[in-house]
Design a protein around this ligand. Sequence first.
Ligand code: ACO
Length: 284
Amino acid sequence: MDMNVAKMARDADHQVVVEFEDRIAWVRINRPEKRNAISPALAAKMSETLDALETDDRCAVVVITGTGAAFHAGMDLKEFFRATDSMPADARRRLSEINSDWQWRRLLYFAKPTIAMVNGYCFGGGLNPVCACDIAIAAEEATFGVSEVNWGIVPAGNVLKLLSWVLSPRDGMWVAMSGEPFDGKKAAEIRLVNEAVPLAKLRERVREIALSFVGKNPYAVRATKHAFHRVRDMNFEDSEDYLFAKLAESRFQDPEKGRDKGMSQFLDEKSYRPGLGAYKREPK
Ligand code: ACO
């Protein structure tokens, strides 16, 4: 198999659909006949898609979702595993890296806010983007499951790491060891997702959240997300120092000088209250 990402992605050209609306990029995994299971080509296509969106001005927020009954039914057992079983270990490792790239690595530090909109089935590797996106909203009717144990493997592809990062040890052990399916309401209860809403209201709720990000200073939102991840593994002293430096950086690096605008609109113009909403930005 040719491991060139651009060439691999060509085979999945129609399996990812991107629609732009009010600077929200709706990214839809579009392989409903296979419940949006991820083949090597589809992994490459998702990676290429996220790459492009990071610098595309039509996109201020990314929403990842799926066509049909599934969000993402995990890795394609036939194409990602059985078909690659006889490949050399290095090649299989490379495939796994290509998949990790979109499923969590670049999502964790993506330059723009990301929302996982879980519309239906979400199994195994499908849990990765749910954990790695900044926000996750599920349909109450969605079905989740860390199903690896059900077919006799350990949840690899970093699923366990991401789960242990988001869930409490009690909930994480339960979902990973039992492999039991659970619905969107349960996902919200164990804080795998922020909220669960009826499927009929899912898109509207996600749109509302996405638009709230579009209205905020992108530099401040990005720096906050990156800093949140970084400080989790720092001690208190290092974290305080890092955040102080980050704050100083933001005053110099933010192209729209949000701090000055925010203070001036509050203190001088008295046109808004920072505790209740964001300052007014120039329209793009
Ligand atoms: N890998 C490969 N093919 C898949 C996958 C998958 N993960 N999920 C669905 N498909 C295929 C089926 O083989 C079937 O293909 P076919 O039409 O060529 O026979 C087609 O998608 C439709 O699947 P059905 O099982 O018929 O659909 P149904 O709606 O009844 O069930 C469900 C959907 C529950 C998602 C079921 O397909 C399923 O259990 N899929 C596997 C989920 C899973 O455990 N994923 C792996 C997680 S582990 C990991 O990601 C490392």
